[in-house]
Structures are given as C-alpha cells and as structure tokens.
Design a protein. Structure first.
Length: 209
C-alpha cells in the first residue's frame, strides 16, 4: 500500500491558510501556491540518493556529497498543476517537465486525455505528478495510468489539499505511488469540491470563472 505523507511544516500551514481564504486575489494565490510547492519539493526529495565527490575548499581538499545523478521529472496535470511547476523547479532546476491534459467526458464521466508530452527517457526518471487538489482522484489516477503505459516506473503524487475519498481511490488503483499533501480535508461535497478546500484552484490561479 502506498504511503500518505502530510506535511505539518509551519511555513506550509501558514501559507495554506492564505490560499484557502476567499479574499486572496489571483496574484497572491499564484505566488503562494508556487512557494508551497517549493517547500513541499524540499520534503519530497529528502531521500534522493547521494554520492561522495572530492572538492577543494579555500582551506583544503575534502569529501562532499552531491546528488547521485538520479533523473527527475515533473508532470503537472493541466491546467491547475501548472501553478506548482515553478516552485518545484526552483528546488530541482535540472528536472525535465512533461504535461498531461485531460477533460471529463460528459456522458461517461471518465477522464479523457487530450494532450500528453513527456520526456523521452521517462522510464529512467523519478516522476513527481503535481496537481493542487486531490478531490475524487479520477484525474490523478488517469494521469498515472497514462504515464505508466508510456513506461514510467517511479511515480510520486504531490498535491496541496486532498479529500479522504481521493486518497483512497489513488491508493486502490496505484498502491505503488506515494502521496504527498499539505492537508487532508474533511470530505467532498455534492459537487465534488473538497470541504473546506479552497474552491477551484485553476480559476483562482488564472483569474477565470
């Protein structure tokens, strides 16, 4: 079973309160989503493998640790996931970025992929799928399905806020994908919005209705 990691870091929780507030405008919302994503990336990458190299400080030669060359990739789910990409890239600028766009078929209610562009060496990379909200879990599961079919083997899911229902759906479908969130909220309402949540993350990021 995959693990759920909930980050209780004071700065993450502080900024999360601001983006929940309905009075926070798009500019401030975008900035804080990026900042939270950067702070979360710091935690998500905690266990990246390291290797020793020899360097020379102004004083002497010494052994120092650097990342062991593990290739990373970031895959935002369009469109709201775009708001988290720059924050992650500030922490791991060498990561490659792929994109997946999906819409929900009005008749079947199932996610349909309309755009997919991924790094060519996706099977060699540790991928972080990013989307601000994990509500029903349908989009996240579909995205993970799509990138697994293209050869991805190591995937993590990073969201700002999750509903218990969405977490269960992802765990049931993809028990090898760990989930990283800043908060697990109470539930979904009748319109599949997370309660208390923060509303529609895409609309709030881009100023649309």
């Amino acid at each position: 079973m995959s693990h759920v990691h909930v980050f209780d870091h004071a700065l993450i929780q502080h900024k999360l309160s601001f983006i929940r507030n309905k009075e926070t405008g798009s500019k401030e919302f975008r900035e804080m989503v990026e900042e939270i994503a950067m702070l979360m990336a710091y935690e998500v990458t905690r266990d990246l493998p390291l290797t020793d190299i020899e360097i020379e400080t102004p004083v002497c030669k010494t052994q120092a640790k650097v990342l062991a060359g593990k290739k990373l990739g970031i895959v935002p789910i369009l469109r709201a996931g775009l708001g988290m990409v720059d924050g992650v890239l500030k922490m791991i600028p060498a990561a490659r970025v792929g994109h997946i766009g999906m819409y929900r078929d009005p008749e079947t209610l199932k996610p349909v992929e309309y755009y997919c562009k991924l790094p060519a060496d996706i099977e060699e990379r540790d991928l972080i799928v990013v989307d601000p909200m994990l509500a029903t879990g349908g989009s996240a599961c579909a995205c993970i399905d799509f990138i697994k079919k293209r050869g991805a083997k190591s995937i993590k899911l990073m969201c700002l806020i999750a509903a218990p229902e969405g977490i269960k759906v992802v765990q049931d479908a993809h028990d090898d994908v760990d989930i990283y969130v800043a908060a697990v909220d109470e539930k979904l309402n009748d319109h599949a919005y997370i309660v208390p949540g923060l509303g529609d993350a895409g609309d709030r990021l881009f100023g649309t209705k």
